[in-house]
Design a protein around this ligand. Sequence first.
Ligand SMILES: [Zn+2]
Length: 329
Amino acid sequence: MKFLFTLRRKTLTFTHFFKTFLLRVFGLFLCGIVFSFSPSFTFSQAINAPNEIERMKTKYGVDNSIADLTPTVCAVSGIRAPKTATANVIERVVDGVNKSFAGRPARKVLIYCGDCIGDVLLQKHPDDFKECLNESDVVVLSTNVMQTVTPVCFATIFSGAGPEVHGIKVYEKPVVKVETLFDVFLEAGKKVAIVSQKGNSIITIFRERNLDYYDFPTDEEAYKKTLLILKENDYDLIVVHDCEYDTIMHQVGTEADKAVEARRTVLKRWLNVVDATDEAWKGFDRLVIFAPDHGSHMPENSSKGVHGMDVRDDAVVNHFYRWRAGRSE
Ligand SMILES: [Zn+2]
């Protein structure tokens, strides 16, 4: 009897263990299903905080985001901001413009997107930026968002919202469906153009709008076209994308001779475009911005430059704002 009882206890213990084991396996299986189907567990979500713009500003101790560009340009142009733009208006830009234009809205805007010109370059080579700093009224130190790659950052700049809103979280170039700076300018009856090397991010992700797209085999041709349309057309908003430095530093490294030359070329083109706006738009109250997307860095034991990481050299850039009141002659 005692033997049977012991045997029964052992049997019970084994049954209990087996049931528990089955329940645990089933539990893990259920978790697996939830994990696979819930978007909150996917990799691309995991690298973006619920408010990526604020996370980056806090992490790097910087007051502004590249996303502030869109609400700020809208504010000084007297145009409503895109519906989903959650970024801030840069008050010192708005105050400066209001003072200079005596309360009138900016009539013409040109945004020169110098790809990959990070704050790291300004810190290392202040002499190269001397003229750009002299030409600027306000320089806004800004953080971007993860991933610190071109389409993610420019979607952020021109929507005024983070990746969790505009939807581009990794290096891919779908058409941005949320409202952007381009859409609200078009709604206000403005004439808009994008000028770029063919296939690059801005001219690809902001397609399907009623604006003029000019694309070329090289950045140099895009730059020359910008000078031409300033002279010959009457656009109200021109966005130029210059990838020269980004392309070269990926090939030869951030500080190689060819990259230094490319960096200086981009900055020189921006200054020439500024001169061209002074000539073509002299009768208009105008705003011209140099707006990079991200910086870059050199990984250990590599001869090629990279970006895309959550590190300061990739994540912090400067936006240079410059405005001039129109003169009637
Ligand atoms: Zn870029």
